[in-house]
Every structure is written in C-alpha cells, then in structure tokens.
Write a protein that binds this ligand. Structure first.
Ligand SMILES: Nc1ncnc2c1ncn2[C@@H]1O[C@H](COP(=O)(O)OP(=O)(O)OP(=O)(O)O)[C@@H](O)[C@H]1O
Length: 384
C-alpha cells in the first residue's frame, strides 16, 4: 500500500470482552468498520480517539498517536467524532454550536483548513444557522454535529453509526450530504456501521470485524466479491462499482456508464455530466447468466463475462463471481442462480457467459458536482 496510512493495532480486555484488532488502510476516503453488534467497532474508534487505552499502536497519516512507549492524550489527537445521537449545546444557536471548536471565530478555507462557509454549503446548513438546536429535526441535528466535528479541523473523522438513531426518511435526507462530503474533502473517515446499504453507498475500503477481531480488510469491491467471505454469500449481497459517465441518450432518458470491461445504460431524469464518476450498485440476485446473448429481451444490460470463481450459497443456490469482458479482465460482479439452472447450463469456473443485469442503482460519488444532474441522478430508479 502506498501513501499515508491509518495503521492501528489494539489488544486487551474490556470487561469480559477480548479485543485484538489490527488493520492498515489508506488515510483517504471512507473506510467502513462493519460487523455485528458487540463485535468491538466502537471500542476500536475509542482507542483511536485515545478515550480507551489498550496495548498496541495507532498511526494516522504519518503521526504516531500511540506506540509501545508513548500515548497521546485525547485532546492532542486531531479527531472529529460524530456519535449516533448528536449532543449539541441546547442553549446555543446552530451557528454558535458550529463555531464552538474555533472559539467563535469562523475559520476560512484560505487558512489551509476546513472553512466555515465551506462546511455550511456542504451540509446545507445556511437556513439553520440562527435556529435554536431544540427546534431541529434528528437529521438536521446530525448535520450540525458533523459540521461541528469538521470545524474542529480534524486529521481524521470518526463516525459511529451516525444514521442509526434516525428514521428512514431522515437517513435518506442525510446520505447525499455524506456522499458529498466524501467527494469534496480530502479528510479520511472511519465510518462504523452494521448497515450494509450504507457501506455500499459510502465506503471505499472495508474492515470486517467479528468477535473483537478483524476478519478481512481491503477495497470494498474486492471484499464484496471474495467468495471465501460471508459477505458475498448473503442473500442481499451486492457489488459497488465505480463508473464513469460517457454519454447520454436524451430520446430514451438513458445515461451510459463505463466500468472496466463493460458498459451500462441506466435511466436518469436529467443528463449527468460526461466524465462524472458515479457509483453503481448491482445486487447478486439481479444478475442472471446465459451462454449466448439473449435476443428479444427487455433487459438493457447484457455484458460478456467469465466465471472467475464459484461458491455454494445455500443448498439450492450457487454464487458466481464474474469478471467482465470477453477476456475476463474487467470489474467483478456477483450472480446468484439456482442450482438447477447452474446444472442444466453446465456452468463452471472459467466459462465465458453473458451477465444479464436486471437492476442497477446509482448514487453520486467522489468528485460529484452539485449540479442539477447530480440531484436528479441521486434518486435514479432501479433499471428494469
Ligand atoms: N470499557 C468497557 N468496559 C467493559 N466492557 C466494555 C467496555 N467497552 C466495551 N465493552 C464491551 O466490549 C464489547 C464490544 O463493544 P463495542 O461497543 O465496541 O461493540 P460494537 O461492535 O461497537 O457494538 P454496537 O454495534 O452494538 O455498538 C461489548 O460486549 C461491550 O460491552
């Protein structure tokens, strides 16, 4: 791995719980810590923030916060921490809450840090600035909490299930802001979640945890398509693909998106800018396989691919990891098919097939502009 890292290892007992967790990920983009309740995700964040002390090390983008001999206290670690429930100062306005970390002085982006105006624009906080925090909705409160964390000028943003306490509508309201944050700031984020849908939309890197241990870590798409991990075998398994917009067909309201080894047509309300990078979610259950490209089908996206790996996904289901392209050198997809179809087509590892993608969902990604197209595409409907 090249470039600055977040490199951590913590070992020790917390009550009756054994934590022995280590990973190293790039100090950029969003790294999701994913695992079941009680597996130690929050404990890892607390150790990184210096709120919990266990043996080990913690290095963030070239700075050592903990090693065998030294332990930097929490107030000397430049972390922003966003919790499940935003704890805002009830007696202060939104503006005063935001400026708390900078002692009332609005920081400017020109000073080299994260600017007040930038944060307000990024999180859509302008209409809220003079409001009392008691009159904010759950989603608004969480946006203010994120803004306040950013304005503390962190080198690392820790987010512990920031959407878990919100209802579905508030979660949907706040997700585009988090996606925009990702595209606009170079700040690395560690994002704790046990909701795979959030991880699929937001994460670049994934750290899988189970019972106090890290079971796998690496780029999201690589872990999603690793048939030796439970993730790929889940009923709702999916792949998140980074795609580039290469064209638009206004007559049919379709955008053309390219990924390594394949291209997709996806319905959009408004044309996204050419060159824009978007994230495509493709569920394993939405991909079927044919030996010959089907004729007379309503499915728009039929892509040549090779079967790269195979796993049994239950007594009567098979999971194929596909590599797109005739040569099988492209991006990976998952296809979940019945055992019966698998046998009747005589499918096997290494075979050339055609992947029929019945549904793909889009979300704005890194580098996304806030143009009209971006807003429209955020709610793009599944492809049928
Ligand atoms: N300071 C502590 N003292 C005693 N036990 C602790 C302490 N901190 C954490 N634990 C225990 O460690 C285990 C892991 O907790 P942790 O909150 O890190 O898990 P988690 O994966 O974040 O869970 P959740 O998703 O439910 O928040 C739990 O059993 C918890 O009770």
């Amino acid at each position: 791995m090249t470039g600055p890292l977040i490199d951590i290892a913590f070992r020790g007992r917390l009550g009756g719980f054994d934590l022995d967790a280590a990973f190293a990920v790039p100090a950029r983009g969003v790294t999701a810590l994913f695992g079941p309740s009680g597996c130690g995700k929050t404990s890892v964040l607390r150790c990184i923030a210096g709120l919990q002390r266990l043996a080990g090390h913690c290095r963030v983008a070239g700075e050592s916060w903990q090693d065998d001999t030294a332990f930097l206290p929490p107030h000397r670690r430049a972390v922003g921490y966003v919790f499940q429930e935003a704890s805002l100062f009830a007696h202060l306005s939104v503006r005063r809450n935001l400026l708390y970390a900078s002692r009332g002085r609005p920081p400017a982006a020109a000073d080299g840090g994260i600017g007040f105006d930038e944060v307000v624009a990024l999180l859509g906080l302008a209409p809220l600035l003079t409001r009392a925090t008691a009159r904010l909705s759950g989603g608004e409160r969480q946006r203010v909490a994120i803004g306040r964390a950013l304005l503390s000028q962190p080198r690392l943003l820790l987010m512990d299930e920031p959407l878990a306490a919100l209802d579905r509508a508030a979660r949907e309201e706040i997700l585009p802001f988090l996606e925009r944050l990702h595209g606009s700031l170079s700040l690395p984020v560690l994002y704790v979640s046990h909701d795979m849908a959030e991880v699929e939309r937001l994460a670049d890197m994934l750290v899988l945890m189970s019972a106090g241990r890290v079971t796998a870590s690496g780029p999201l798409a690589r872990l999603q398509t690793d048939p030796s991990l439970p993730l790929a075998l889940q009923r709702d398994a999916a792949v998140s693909l980074e795609a580039e917009v290469t064209g638009h067909d206004p007559a049919y309201g379709l955008a053309r998106l390219e990924v390594p080894g394949g291209r997709f047509l996806v319905p959009v309300d408004a044309p996204p800018a050419t060159g824009r990078r978007l994230r495509l979610r493709i569920g394993a259950g939405d991909v079927s396989l044919t030996l010959e490209p089907a004729r007379g089908t309503t499915i728009l996206n039929v892509l040549p691919a090779r079967i790269d790996a195979v796993a049994q996904a239950g007594p009567h289901q098979m999971l194929a990891v596909l590599a797109l392209g005739v040569d099988g050198a492209g991006a990976r997809l998952l296809a979940r098919v019945t055992r019966r179809s698998w046998d009747s087509l005589g499918l096997a590892e290494g075979m050339a097939v055609h992947a029929q993608v019945k549904s793909a969902v889009l979300a704005p990604r890194a580098g996304s502009e806030t143009d009209a197209g971006a807003g429209a595409i955020a709610g793009a409907v599944p492809l049928r």
